[in-house]
Write a protein that binds this ligand. Structure first.
Ligand SMILES: Nc1nc2c(ncn2[C@@H]2O[C@H](COP(=O)(O)OP(=O)(O)OP(=O)(O)O)[C@@H](O)[C@H]2O)c(=O)[nH]1
Length: 387
């Protein structure tokens, strides 16, 4: 089978156009900027291939270096898309690529200059692709499958172009960009077709996974306070509860605002909302690393602490109570003081479920309300009985 450059260019152009439309269709429904940038990159590759095809058939619309240089702009858009996807700010120095590309248009249009063109274009594409691949490194967690695939394709593509830059030393028979002849050109076109397909697929996968993550995050969050909601607490608590042992107990604090209704009734629902947000901010401030905090609903919040002693849990609760009461005093005037009642329990049995500890903390909360509010009642852990 003869893979002539003309056929390969037709294939590349068709694949790039299809990828551009595929990503544009995805963008039109979800409006993610990176999809639009990537779609633009593929559209540019398609246009560049068509121009090169026309030129090879004698329709000279632009200088030979123009369609070749378009490949640099396309990769530049791929990098911009990855930066947008990973929320990274690119250095302004990347605009220099555009300057180099424009300068390349002034290269003389003669066969020998194929090498000069390749010697400039290939390292630029390599650097842009490698940078885009490296931007997708895992930060703190693991990469999604789509992002890991995109990273792999971009790095492999960048390394290919690095090797291609080295081909500048190959004899003229291997490279002739001027009329798309030579082994290097054929191999590049084959690699290009493969890269287009894999890039388009992994780009779509990366964005879809990111969207799913965002939706899951929204579903787990209380919209007013941005703390975890009840559902998220029930999902995340088991891991923390399972770590509890007599040597390393945990604590559950059930927090309820006293006389919250008065704030709503006298100062309006918005004022009540502001107070709930103030409490959630104070909770975030005192929350130790590895602990969980959630709003169960209404004016009821939960803090789950791990590896904590009774006195330490007491101290955290008292601190929270004092700072909240002080803030509430300065925010609103109410007939009864707006404060916090806290019911807490220590836990050291890893096999008990969250609802079990919530029930115990609720009894403690009830006791603290009954004893006059603005206090914390702590139930000690029940020692594990061995027969
Ligand atoms: N502003 C606001 N109010 C809410 C929200 N969710 C529930 N509430 C109100 O919170 C109040 C909760 O009432 P309670 O906890 O029973 O009343 P309380 O005055 O705090 O009574 P004690 O807890 O016994 O001191 C009710 O008035 C609800 O309407 C919310 O998201 N925003």
């Amino acid at each position: 089978m003869v893979l002539d450059p003309f056929t390969l260019l037709v294939l590349t152009s068709a694949m790039a156009a299809a990828s551009a439309m595929y990503l544009a269709a995805e963008w039109s429904s979800v409006r993610e900027r990176s999809l639009l940038l990537w779609s633009g990159g593929f559209a540019i590759i398609s246009v560049g291939c068509v121009l090169a095809l026309l030129r090879s058939r004698g329709y000279v619309l632009f200088g030979i270096w123009f369609p070749n240089g378009l490949l640099i702009s396309a990769h530049w858009l791929f990098l911009a898309g990855v930066a947008s996807c990973t929320r990274t700010r690119l250095s302004r120095a990347w605009w220099l690529v555009v300057v180099v590309w424009l300068a390349m248009l002034f290269l003389p249009d003669r066969p020998w200059w194929s090498k000069a063109m390749m010697g400039t274009q290939s390292p630029l594409i390599a650097v842009i692709s490698l940078r885009a691949g490296l931007l997708l490194r895992p930060q703190g967690g693991t990469l999604s499958v789509g992002a890991a695939q995109l990273r792999f394709v971009l790095l492999a593509h960048g390394l290919f172009y690095l090797a291609k830059a080295g081909s500048v030393v190959a004899p003229d028979a291997f490279i002739n960009l001027n009329n798309f002849r030579g082994e290097v050109i054929v191999v590049s076109l084959v690699e290009g077709v493969m890269a287009i397909m894999l890039l388009a697929m992994s780009m779509t996968g990366t964005e879809r996974h990111r969207r799913e993550e965002r939706i899951a995050e929204i579903a787990a969050r209380d919209p007013l306070t941005a703390l975890d909601n009840r559902r998220a607490l029930y999902l995340r608590a088991p891991e923390l509860l399972a770590k509890a042992s007599p040597a390393s107990p945990g604590a559950l604090l059930l927090i309820d605002i006293d006389h919250f209704k008065q704030v709503n009734d006298l100062h309006g629902h918005d004022a009540g909302d502001r107070l709930l947000m103030t409490l959630s901010d104070l909770i975030r401030i005192v929350l130790p690393h590895g602990a969980l905090a959630a709003r169960l609903g209404g004016d009821e919040f939960v803090i789950l602490l791990r590896n904590v002693s009774g006195p330490a849990a007491q101290a955290l609760g008292q601190g929270l109570r004092e700072s909240f009461a002080q803030q509430a005093r300065t925010m609103f005037e109410t007939p009864e003081p707006v404060s916090l009642s806290i019911g807490a329990t220590l836990f050291e049995q890893p096999d008990k479920e969250l609802s079990h500890w919530l029930k115990r903390a609720d009894q403690a909360l009830y006791a603290s309300k009954r004893k006059g509010r603005d206090r914390m009642e702590l139930v000690r852990a029940v020692p594990v009985m061995t027969p």
